[in-house]
Design a protein. Sequence first.
Length: 470
Amino acid sequence: MKKTIKLSLVAALACVGLSTAHAATALEEAIKDVKIDGNLRYRFSSGEWKDGDNYKSIDGHSNITGKQVHNVRVRLGALVQLGYGLNFYGQLQHLSSDRSFPQNSGYNGNNGQTNTSTPFNLRQAYLGYNYEDLELKLGRQGLTTIWDDGMVAMGALASYSGLEGTKLSVFGLDNFENDGDRVFGNNGKGGIGSILGATPANGRVGNTRLKTDAIGNTEASDFLFRQNFLGASMVGSYDLGFASLKPQIWLGYLDNRALFYVLDVRYKMPIIEGLDWGFQFDYLGNSIDSFTKDRFASWDANGQKIKDNLDNGNLINFSGTIEAYGFDAKLGFVTYGKEKVFTINTLEEDGKLGMPGRQIKYLQGSNYTNSFGKNTFAYTNIGYTFNDFRAGIQVVIGGTKTGLGNQDAAKIGGGQKNEYVVDLTYKLGKKLDFLLWYSMLDYNAKDGTASKPDTKGKKNTARFQALYKF
């Protein structure tokens, strides 16, 4: 009997060992078909206007509106190969923000606390297919258009890169992320309703009224993004022998809202050994649908349209660059918008254009998503790179002409706007980057009334960022 028991134990252990070995082999094979990626980002930001809360209305688009704010973002993704060219990608994201300083005089909000309860959320989840030069994606995914800065939407994307140096893409998108940085987003406290004086309660603008579907900030944003966005692009990268040329052409249609089109050209040519010259040209235009214009227009009590408040947009940006022996210098100008009306230039922040400045592009009137008035800026960026360290300065000078006179110019966003920035960047290997910048923003607007002085303000902002990618 004892021998039988011993043999049974040995057999059981052998079976367990074989099962474990088989499971380990299967797990090892499975892991070979999984690619893990992600990034960890920490930011410490602090920004303050010299006169405190008086400028919050013009600074509503900025994501740095308080002192000593800690932001943590963690993204973890996994790409699983399913066979037959199919794959699945999923990505989780954690976002948290902690304030070390009261955000207002009432000491409200998360001040002096560390947030340890915010969970991970599903950011991306899509099915992919690859066959030679063809790539397909279907599901929730981060956008890659020239108009966005990475917000998420449900959609389908098809890309073909079989032509040398050329990538062709078509896409259809819906269910956009409620990103505060999108057109008339939640971060924009100076949207169409607040500038024109409308409130969600009655929609009135003086003795006029706005259509009820587009009177406030979030209402206007939801109205724009509740439709499908269809588009196509051609992205090229060509070696001409004596120079390199990188053109992009984009076309997009937001159903019953607007037709968008973009031409982006980047050219670089070596002059002599160690000396390169190049330029960047961008043209962004759109045609707003008449139905959308009516929703944003001002109407009288009899239902007659008084004026449009949203019109077709055009943005022109041109810059020249010189790189020589570690030094780099850029000089350019950008103009966009129209007096007396809103215009849409990008769908989220400044898209993927890499526009100048750190804080000036978030000011009322001159923000790129839904600017108000005619904006014109000249800018320069000068820096020196030694090994993996770069030090640079940016200067942006210009302003916004609202076309509505000087009265309440600060509320509308009109006036002169200048920004001076110091940038420091350091790359520690291929995966870890450090960024430190300081911005001084000057704003000057004539009020136009005898009872109020001209509006003058300064905002000092600093940010430290550490970004690790794997």
